[in-house]
Every structure is written in structure tokens, then in C-alpha cells.
Design a binder for this molecule. Structure first.
Ligand SMILES: NC(=O)c1ccc[n+]([C@@H]2O[C@H](COP(=O)([O-])OP(=O)(O)OC[C@H]3O[C@@H](n4cnc5c(N)ncnc54)[C@H](OP(=O)(O)O)[C@@H]3O)[C@@H](O)[C@H]2O)c1
Length: 285
């Protein structure tokens, strides 16, 4: 079934008390859609929503890493609104540190949010989507899910994993009529680079001055990023409503430019290794 055209659609959005998720919730409520809004803090979400009409809102305090908690949240959304039409896996946070500085706990926390949380939500919604042969999953990745930079290793590891999972998913469920998209924003003017959102390593190592300088530069960036979260949220709604967006929907001219450069760099890299690559086939008899 295409995006509901006869009545309000029902959305399940994660990471909703700040930034892109909050803006998405506001715009969806203005449209008259139903929103199940997952957050770690319903109080923060409520305060951030200000005077918005909440009659179509179900705030859900949920730990995304908890499979049962996520399943219960999805059941509560279905109880309140009926079938869910669109899921947006938006919750996420940046982390700036060298690979060797990242502790096991820091790495696992990132994957809890960006991968295991997403997987929990997918397991909870896909059976109903498959049965109804409808539904749309939009996973918020990043340009850093397509190209990597020093200091962003943990974040890139999470987003690259999300890209792989999502590309497989898209191919697996297309036959059930379920749509899947990746959204890959560039720098966007949310709380992402503010100290309450951005993760930093508990332990630092000597010799990574360039990463410390880059971290300082990023902490000074809030308020100057190119991307407009209002336009980005509207673009995410357009991805769902149109149903025609490409699997990889870049957002922002910075994201587009970096993605294109990365394709060129990848091509050059593959060509540089071509001679050796073709030496390992088993020769046909
Ligand atoms: N802003 C950018 O420059 C940028 C660029 C590319 C991609 N992105 C991606 O866009 C998405 C939204 O980020 P944003 O820019 O809106 O940043 P934000 O303003 O910091 O908001 C991030 C949201 O993610 C949730 N979140 C953060 N840490 C979490 C954790 N440990 N566990 C569960 N939820 C957590 C929060 O939800 P609650 O506090 O409500 O639980 C928060 O509302 C993220 O996936 C991010 O990676 C952002």
C-alpha cells in the first residue's frame, strides 16, 4: 500500500527530544499525522514541543537497546493508533576520538544505539509490515556512513554498519511491498555537536593532537553548520510521502560533494589494485 493518502499516517520516530527528530515530530503533528515518539526523556520532549498540539502524539520513554522495551513501545503505538506506516530510526550521536582511545564500553554504547536499537525496532515492526505488505523504514545515517575521516572512527563504524544492514534489508523486503531508505545528512544545525550530545573518549592517548584540535573546532561549530534541520525534516517527510526517493538520499550540498568525491577516490583505489585483484581467481579448466 502506498503512503496513506486517505487519512493521517502513523509514524514511529526515535530520538525525538532534540534536533532532527524533534523537528520531524513537530512537522508531523502540524500535518495531522499520528506520532509515536521514542525518547529517553518524555519530560525533555514535552518541554521542547512547547505549544504544539499533542492530540496525535504518543510519547514513549524507551531504552532502544532493550529488545522487550522496544517491542512494548511498538505494541503501545499500534494499540493507540492502529498500524504503523513509517518508522524513522533517527536516534544517534557523534563521537570524536582516535580508534585506540575508544574503550570497549564506548564502542558498545554506540552500537547499542545505532545498530542494536535499530535492529530491535526492525524485529518489532517487520512482521506486521510483511503481513500487510506495506510500510516504510527510513534509517538516518550520515555522509559519514559513506566516507570516513580521522577521529570519527567509532561513529563511522556505526553508520557504515547501518548502511550495510539497510542495503540488505531494502533488497530483502522490497518483494513484500516494504520501502526502505537511507538518509545521509551533512553537517546539520542541531544539538549534534553540542557537548550534551557529542561523545568524547574517557581516556586520550599521546600523539593525537590533530584529533584534539579537530574536536575543539567541532565543539565551536554549533550554530554555523550548513544544513537546516527544518528543511531536513521536511525532506524526510517527502521521502516517505513520495515513496520515490533513491535508497541513498543525501541531504545537503556538503554531503553530496563529499559522496561524489568518495566515489571517485574508491574508483581510483579499485583501479590501483586491479592488477593484483584479478590474479586470485581459480583458473577455468
Ligand atoms: N546534525 C548533524 O550534523 C548530523 C549529520 C549527519 C547525520 N546525523 C544523524 O542525525 C540523527 C539525529 O541527530 P541530530 O543531528 O538531530 O542530533 P541531536 O540534536 O543531538 O539529537 C539526537 C537525538 O538522538 C537521540 N540520542 C542521542 N544519544 C542517544 C543515546 N545514547 N541513546 C538513545 N538516543 C540517543 C536523542 O534522543 P532522546 O534524547 O530524545 O532520547 C536526540 O534527540 C542522528 O542519527 C545523527 O547521527 C546528524
Amino acid at each position: 500500500m502506498p503512503y496513506p493518502t486517505t487519512g493521517p499516517a502513523t509514524w514511529f520516530v526515535t530520538g525525538t527530544s532534540r534536533g532532527l527528530g524533534l523537528e520531524l515530530v513537530k512537522q508531523l503533528l502540524e500535518r495531522g499525522d499520528n506520532v509515536a515518539a521514542a525518547t529517553r526523556s518524555a519530560e525533555r520532549l514535552n518541554a521542547a514541543l512547547g505549544s504544539a498540539d499533542r492530540s496525535h502524539l504518543l510519547p514513549l520513554e524507551v531504552n532502544l537497546a532493550g529488545e522487550k522495551a522496544v517491542a512494548a513501545a511498538v505494541a503501545a503505538a499500534a494499540d493507540r493508533f492502529g498500524a504503523i506506516d513509517v518508522v524513522v530510526n533517527n536516534a544517534g550521536y557523534g563521537f570524536l576520538g582516535a580508534i585506540e582511545e575508544v574503550t570497549d564500553a564506548e564502542a558498545r554504547q554506540m552500537f547499542d544505539v545505532q545498530i542494536f536499537g535499530v535492529w530491535n525496532l526492525l524485529r518489532a515492526v517487520l512482521p506486521a509490515f510483511r503481513q500487510s505488505r506495506s510500510g516504510h523504514i527510513i534509517n538516518i545515517s550520515s555522509i559519514l556512513g559513506l566516507t570516513a575521516f580521522p577521529g570519527w572512527g567509532l561513529y563511522c563504524a556505526g553508520k557504515y554498519a547501518l548502511e550495510g544492514l539497510t542495503e540488505s534489508l531494502a533488497a530483502e523486503v522490497a518483494g513484500f511491498g516494504i520501502k526502505v531508505n537511507l538518509v545521509e545528512p551533512g553537517y546539520t544545525r542541531t544539538d549534534f555537536l553540542r557537548i550534551h550530545s557529542l561523545g568524547l573518549p574517557a581516556n586520550t592517548a599521546e600523539g593525537y593532537e590533530a584529533i584534539r584540535e579537530m574536536t575543539e573546532a567541532h565543539l565551536a561549530m554549533p550554530g554555523t553548520q550548513l544544513g537546516d534541520p527544518v528543511k531536513a525534516a521536511a525532506a524526510i517527510i517527502r521521502v516517505a510521502v513520495s515513496g520515490t526517493a533513491p535508497l541513498h538520499q543525501l541531504l545537503g550540498s556538503d554531503s553530496y560533494g563529499l559522496a561524489k568525491s568518495h566515489i571517485e577516490a574508491l574508483t581510483n583505489d579499485f583501479e590501483a589494485g586491479h592488477e593484483l585483484a584479478v590474479t586470485t581467481d581459480i583458473a577455468a579448466k
